[in-house]
Ligand binder design. Structure first.
Ligand SMILES: [Zn+2]
Length: 451
């Protein structure tokens, strides 16, 4: 609705937000050549490093020792000499990582999501939030959504669960943004029936959803032969979009799924486009490196750790921050859609969700989902979770529907896990009543306890 669009932009401008201007900038750069966009990214990176050298105690010496700051000049060829930033370092050096001009800035306290361990605190510039939010809106345009186009959001609302409503402020916001919120923390059968009715009535331009929640909803729709409205696009986030998930969601809703990757602490970083060749990076807001265990850049096809440098957060800059997720670089950074935003092939999942064998082989969680959840599960497993206890021990927690059927597939499951994890790997089963999602509402299929 046009009126909502004007209202939204007007309110944001009135509020002093840079979101409208950043969004305009992103749209203007969308189809510019990759090289010229990368030049802007380098400029932002240099500016940030000078700020760090001058104002952030932790980085002052680090940047000189690594050879990045030579006098007052920045040498970006030495950037990879800067030690990576871990969550432990942030906890330990919190005060030294703050910029000296904190008092002159508008900022707020943010924390990491916690699905990769104990949450870490961060300071975040309001301006950086604007950049992140503009990036999110920009990614939504890939799926054909303009500001204030109708949207259904299947998202977790803690407040709704705790207090029985999403709150007055959230209601007003949803009204202005032309958005209906469906709580993914409440997904009983009757809730899901209501959600389908809402989608059919609202006819949104996009559905934005937790991967796991929209997958579960799709399964429910399929199993119950329900009719559902087909929106022009679905954006999934907050979890790994496995090929099986994507296929089912696209089949049930008869539309394209766009895979967005982000995190609480640094905002949205990447999103796939209509071509589905990989995920486009928002290179104006973050500088992303995918590194192997030795800290060397991964080659296309290799799985490595994501390291993020935030380009617009000056109050507490994160440089080469090891976020705890893993990704794969793309063969070709240029997508055939023509957007001048580099591609990565995909995000593989949380670090703890990826298994490792003794000889260093990485087994993505996707493997277990595929074999246990799809190939062998002839409807006898209701829920499962695979836990790697150590290099040679895997425990599969199961909520079973049919014990006899399970018995006939048990050996096959053990054999295929041994195939990838090694013949010495011990595979055990644990039968449970239920498997609870984590505090944030995300459901974890795989957990590795190997550090
Ligand atoms: Zn593309």
């Amino acid at each position: 609705m046009l009126i909502n669009k004007f209202l939204t932009m007007g309110l944001l401008k009135f509020d002093g937000s840079q979101l409208p201007s950043v969004l305009k900038f992103l749209k203007s750069r969308e189809y510019q050549p990759l090289e010229s966009n990368e030049k802007i990214q380098k400029k932002r990176l240099k500016k940030l490093l000078i700020h760090c050298y001058e104002n952030v105690p932790y980085y002052h010496d680090v940047l000189v020792e690594s050879g990045v700051m030579v006098g007052n000049e920045v040498d970006l060829t030495k950037f990879s000499n800067i030690p990576v930033l871990t969550k432990e370092i942030i906890r330990e050096h919190f005060e030294d990582l703050k910029s000296k001009d904190t008092d002159e800035r508008k900022w707020y306290l943010n924390t990491s999501g916690g699905s990769t361990g104990e949450p870490v605190k961060f300071l975040q510039d309001n301006v950086s939030w604007d950049h992140g939010m503009a990036g999110k809106w920009f990614f939504s345009t890939f799926a054909g959504k303009d500001i204030s186009d109708k949207e259904v959001k299947l998202w977790g609302s803690e407040r709704d669960v705790l207090k029985g409503s999403i709150g007055f402020k959230a209601k007003i916001k949803n009204m202005i943004f032309n958005r209906v919120l469906l709580n993914s923390f409440r997904m009983s059968e009757s809730d899901m029936r209501e959600y389908v009715k809402t989608i059919n009535k609202k006819k949104p331009v996009i559905i934005e959803a937790y991967v796991q929640s929209i997958y579960e909803l799709s399964k429910f729709i399929k199993n119950n032969n329900l009719e559902v409205y087909s929106p022009p696009g679905i954006i999934t986030s907050a979890g790994t979009l496995y090929p099986e998930y994507q296929q089912l969601i696209e089949e049930v809703f008869g539309t394209k799924v766009y895979n967005r990757y982000g995190s609480r602490e640094v905002g949205d970083m990447a999103c796939s486009c209509e071509k589905g060749e990989g995920l486009h990076l928002n290179l104006f807001h973050q500088y992303i490196e995918i590194l192997d265990d030795k800290g060397e850049p991964c080659k296309p096809g290799e799985i490595g750790q994501i390291h993020v440098t935030t380009l617009n957060n000056y109050v507490m800059p994160l440089i080469r921050y090891q976020i705890g997720d893993m990704a794969i670089p793309a063969e070709n950074e240029q997508c055939s859609c023509g957007r001048g935003l580099p591609l990565i092939k995909g995000v593989v999942g949380r670090q703890m969700d990826v298994f490792k064998t003794k000889n260093g082989r990485v087994v993505p969680g996707e493997f277990f989902i595929h074999f246990i959840g799809v190939v062998y599960n002839k409807d006898f497993i209701s829920k499962f979770q695979v836990v790697q206890k150590d290099y040679e021990s895997v425990v599969i927690r199961l909520v079973l529907r049919d014990e006899i059927k399970f018995g006939s597939y048990k050996k096959k499951i053990i054999d295929s896990i041994k195939d990838v994890m090694g013949q010495d790997c011990k595979v055990e089963f644990e039968f449970v009543e239920d498997i609870e999602p984590t505090k944030s509402g995300k459901y974890r299929y795989t957990i590795s306890e190997v550090k």
